[in-house]
Write a protein that binds this ligand. Structure first.
Ligand SMILES: Cc1cc2nc3c(=O)[nH]c(=O)nc-3n(C[C@H](O)[C@H](O)[C@H](O)COP(=O)(O)OP(=O)(O)OC[C@H]3O[C@@H](n4cnc5c(N)ncnc54)[C@H](O)[C@@H]3O)c2cc1C
Length: 383
């Protein structure tokens, strides 16, 4: 049986000074009225705020300077990320480009793509989203039907993507397309493209989520022409490229901090003399959070060392998502509000309402619970 590895993490020297720098920036900008705390990291995009984060050097932190990056370590990036998340800063506009699209372009993109896209991402000037899921293909992503046909000078793309978070405010989508047959196996024949969301033939339709917000979309691609230089990596390598991003996508602090603000509000509400139920619940949650943070940081260390800990990342996402969902559930029982409603006068109720409405999506986005457990079982040699 394969053993799971979570080596104890050590933050680099200077990490705490960097943490203070981020806290100061957030406090100063909040005092100026630039931003106010939001709930889940995937909601409320604010492109102007993302530009400010870019100006601090906190987007593309680990990328080479020649492409607009800052050559800092993955663990320094971790510190910045966790501070932005726990404060509830509106970071979703640049989130995907910083976490996934930029690193993908850096790894397999052409020199021209690196020069064209990475510096603008790092400045917080262009934004990316993920065009993978389709109406009948979510967990079973290889069954996608969006098709790319080779033509003179490029590709013609036709199909339909769904649940595309933030497509309506982004400039580009890294889009997974079937460009060849499923041979020698069904994972073959997929390719990734940089899709210009303003290209002729792209239509973006809003989908409102449970909270009534417009965060994700449907994307209709009707014979969209993409020039050859918008292909990322090699044709047919799409599946390999997508799966190599998974450890980045599934192990970060966003996988266990989505409802952190509610936990903090619960601690505040309990005050210095919380009743037994609140004390027991918050004590348990804080202990769990600390263990999850250790696991997640450990993966950041492995990624920094060039490893691909997909199995460990699946564990962090599954355990972290269960933790994020348990907080609103328990808060509802130990600190009942009249009826949590968004926009309530009581800040605790507002935070609680947002967490309750966002919670169901937590175990779906980025891979469902059942899929993660299948990966873990396979990784451990149990299936
Ligand atoms: C908030 C949010 C944001 C999202 N943003 C994006 C985005 O930006 N880009 C994008 O491409 N996608 C996005 N998604 C889509 C997300 O990746 C899919 O919802 C997810 O992969 C599940 O796919 P599905 O919805 O088609 O459900 P299905 O795959 O149809 O699953 C339905 C149920 O069946 C279970 N199931 C499926 N297969 C198996 C199996 N083999 N064994 C056991 N159980 C199984 C699942 O666990 C689930 O409970 C987002 C989703 C959410 C909720």
């Amino acid at each position: 049986m394969t053993a799971l590895r979570f080596d104890p993490p050590t933050l680099p020297p200077g990490a705490e000074a960097l943490r203070e720098e981020v806290r100061r920036f957030l406090a100063d900008e909040r005092a100026k009225g630039t931003w106010s705390p939001r709930g889940d990291f995937g909601t409320h995009p604010d492109t102007a705020f993302s530009r400010l984060v870019g100006q601090q050097g906190w987007i593309g932190m680990t990328w080479p300077r020649q492409y607009g990056g800052h050559e800092r370590s993955g663990l320094e990036r971790y510190v910045v990320t966790e501070e932005l998340l726990v404060s509830g800063a509106p970071i979703t506009a640049h989130w995907i480009a910083d976490r996934q699209s930029g690193p993908l372009i850096l790894r397999v993109g052409t020199e021209a793509q690196k020069q064209r896209f990475l510096p603008a991402i790092a400045r917080g000037e262009i934004f990316f989203c993920i065009g993978m899921s389709e109406p009948d293909s979510g967990s079973d992503l290889v069954s996608i039907r969006t098709k790319g046909t080779k033509v003179e000078g490029g590709w013609r793309i036709t199909g339909r993507k769904v649940w595309t978070s933030n497509a309506h405010i982004c400039d580009y989508a890294i889009t997974l397309v079937r460009t060849g047959p499923q041979e020698p196996d069904r994972h073959s024949g997929l390719s990734q493209f940089i899709l210009d969301l303003k290209a002729p033939g792209v239509e973006i339709r809003p989908i409102r989520n449970l909270a009534g917000h417009h965060d994700f979309n449907e994307m209709i691609l009707d014979d969209v022409f993409l020039a050859d230089d918008m292909l990322v990596g090699q044709p047919g390598d799409g599946w390999k490229q997508v799966t190599s991003e998974l450890a980045f996508e599934r192990s970060g602090p966003e996988r266990f901090l989505s409802t952190y603000r509610l936990l903090a509000a619960l601690v505040d509400r309990g005050g210095t003399a919380p009743d037994d139920r609140v004390a027991e619940a918050t004590g348990r949650f804080v202990a769990h959070m600390w263990a999850l943070r250790g696991m997640s940081l450990s993966i950041a260390g492995m990624l920094q060392a060039g490893e691909t800990p997909n199995l460990e990342a699946a564990c962090v996402k599954d355990l972290g998502n269960a933790f994020e969902r348990a907080i609103p559930e328990t808060a509802r029982l130990v600190a009942p509000s009249a009826m949590p409603v968004a926009g309530a006068n009581d800040p605790f109720e507002t935070i609680q309402a947002e967490a309750v409405l966002n919670a169901p999506s937590i175990t779906l986005r980025g891979g469902t619970r059942e899929i993660l457990r299948g990966i873990i079982a396979r990784g451990l040699g149990l299936r």
